[in-house]
Write a protein that binds this ligand. Structure first.
Ligand SMILES: CC(C)(COP(=O)(O)OP(=O)(O)OC[C@H]1O[C@@H](n2cnc3c(N)ncnc32)[C@H](O)[C@@H]1OP(=O)(O)O)[C@@H](O)C(=O)NCCC(=O)NCCS
Length: 173
């Protein structure tokens, strides 16, 4: 991490070039949209998942949020912008999320929460499953691009987002 604080960056996928085969998953794993009654626990997972990343890169960002205010943000995004909350579950326990907004005018799908996996379930392919499903759904909807804002050098930027054709673009902090 830079001594000047985190540098934000954007990852972008060209969905016209996205054609990766489905990653394999076992029968107890399911990907689906969260219901409204699940948004509270999804918000807790998001808050804890960002908080428990190595080196605490999200610490400053999270000062603006509590799990309760994040839950209100997710519900409001659904109501106003038609946001979807994709979740992955194993044995009916939600272990990862990605919140998505489809912007028809710009042809872009934005991950407004970023992909977040529960700390105890990382490096088992759940992040890749969420990313793959997000990209294939957005492509099927007819969107051209997918984008997420993240922090340079963290595991998401180093290992997950470069998958499936994701390209990093640096932006001023
Ligand atoms: C980034 C994150 C979502 C990845 O989820 P995950 O379920 O561990 O991802 P996967 O298991 O699908 O891993 C994807 C690839 O990255 C690699 N990887 C993931 N984390 C890694 C780490 N800490 N060190 C080394 N490799 C790592 C995996 O080995 C895998 O490699 P492969 O494609 O060659 O098989 C998870 O670490 C996380 O929730 N981090 C905190 C939240 C966050 O910062 N999210 C980004 C918000 S913008």
């Amino acid at each position: 991490m830079s001594p000047f604080g985190p540098f934000y960056c954007v990852f972008r996928w060209d969905l016209s070039k996205f054609d990766c085969p489905d990653p394999s998953k076992t029968t107890e794993v399911r990907i689906r949209l969260a219901s409204e009654s699940e948004i509270g626990s999804v918000a807790e997972l998001w808050y804890e998942g960002l908080g428990q990343e190595e080196g605490s890169p999200w610490m400053n960002y999270l000062k603006k949020w509590t799990p309760t205010s994040a839950g209100r943000w997710f519900l409001d995004s659904k109501k106003r912008l038609g946001a979807k909350m994709l979740v992955v579950e194993i044995n009916e326990k939600i272990v990862g999320i990605n919140g998505i907004i489809s912007e028809r005018n710009s042809g872009k799908g934005r991950f407004f929460t970023g992909v977040v996996v529960s700390p105890g379930y990382r490096k088992r392919g759940f992040g890749s499953l969420l990313l793959h499903k997000t990209l294939s759904d957005l492509r099927r909807e007819g969107l051209r691009w997918a984008e997420v804002e993240t922090i340079q050098g963290i595991p998401a930027a180093k290992y997950l987002y470069p998958k499936y054709g994701g390209m990093g673009i640096q932006v001023p902090a």
